[in-house]
Design a protein around this ligand. Structure first.
Ligand SMILES: C[S@@+](CC[C@H](N)C(=O)[O-])C[C@H]1O[C@@H](n2cnc3c(N)ncnc32)[C@H](O)[C@@H]1O
Length: 282
């Protein structure tokens, strides 16, 4: 169903984890400790658009004992990949059922429910689950302003939304088509990804405003990918994806796209911008 392959998500996982903004993460942990005590035990987390479970693997080691996670995605293959990746990541899998598992990792017990749901239509029932934190990684740039408004209207828990693309792309050395490619890619980013016209690069700021208007206290800061060990399979897949999107939007001819792609394969460094956000509920 989805356009995100498990291979792509697994390649971006270490880059995502390194990019996460430390101040935003500390703001989240400080607020959660205020609400639940320093041990942060027994937290319930709802992860939206979980893919293969990267967000859990980044966050769970920071939270306390006996966590409960609900991982939501509409892509059954990615939920299966999440189960497989978590099985490998766990020190021990204690029990497994069709839609759930219990594991131990680093002395922490983690219960996981896997839930197939389409966020474009099943949001109210998901957000009515009793949770202490709603999380999402690389999701909010896909959604529309209307969806964010509806989401913020029903959101009652704190929100940790990381790695929303902010429109910045830079390569070293530069190429004369970098700017035109970035502009075309950003135009593709705002096409419909299943939620109406996507917010794309403006999602971080839009989400911030929508949450502040509803009384949330928001911390937002940058979490760029800084990709230096080039060439890499990850970078190859990244620029192939950019070129595909640019070809689809049709602002540049194929000759230009091919020339850009060939030159970017030899780039030394690449920076792709993102926003991380934590919103403390009122
Ligand atoms: C860029 S991936 C991020 C995956 C994961 N959070 C990560 O950081 O690796 C976006 C995820 O959102 C999911 N997604 C997109 N549209 C969705 C929808 N309408 N309902 C549920 N999940 C959706 C995709 O299947 C994919 O797993």
């Amino acid at each position: 169903m989805g356009e995100f392959s498990a291979q792509w998500l697994s390649l971006r996982e270490p880059v995502d984890h390194a990019a996460r903004n430390v101040q935003v993460r500390e703001a989240m942990l400080a607020d959660l400790r205020k609400r639940h005590g320093v041990q942060l035990s027994g937290l319930r987390v709802l992860d939206l658009g979980c893919g293969s479970g990267s967000n859990l693997r980044a966050l769970a080691p920071l939270l306390g004992e006996a966590q409960h996670w609900t991982l939501v995605d509409y892509d059954r293959a990615l939920l299966a990949a999440a189960r497989q990746a978590l099985t490998q990541w766990a020190d021990q899998v204690m029990s497994e059922q069709t839609d759930s598992m219990r594991m131990m990792r680093g002395g922490i017990q983690i219960d996981v429910d896997f839930r197939v749901a389409d966020l474009s239509g099943e949001l109210d029932s998901l957000l009515s689950l009793p949770v202490d934190l709603v999380s999402a990684s690389a999701l909010f740039d896909l959604v529309s302003s209307r969806w964010v408004d509806g989401f913020c209207d029903v959101l009652r828990a704190p929100l940790y939304a990381v790695l929303s693309f902010d429109g910045q792309m830079q390569w070293e050395p530069r190429h004369k088509l970098d700017q035109a490619v970035t502009k075309a890619f950003c135009a593709h980013q705002v096409t419909d990804k299943g939620f109406g016209a996507a917010l794309g690069p403006t999602s971080g700021q839009y989400l911030r405003n929508a949450l502040e208007q509803r009384g949330f206290t928001v911390t937002i800061d940058k979490s760029p990918w800084e990709i230096e060990d080039l060439p890499s399979v990850f970078h190859d897949m990244l620029i192939d994806g950019v070129a595909k999107a640019v070809a689809e939007i049709g602002h540049l001819g194929l000759t230009d796209i091919d020339a850009w792609l060939a030159s970017r394969r030899d780039a030394r460094r690449c920076v792709i911008g993102h926003d991380d956000l934590y919103a403390a509920s009122p």
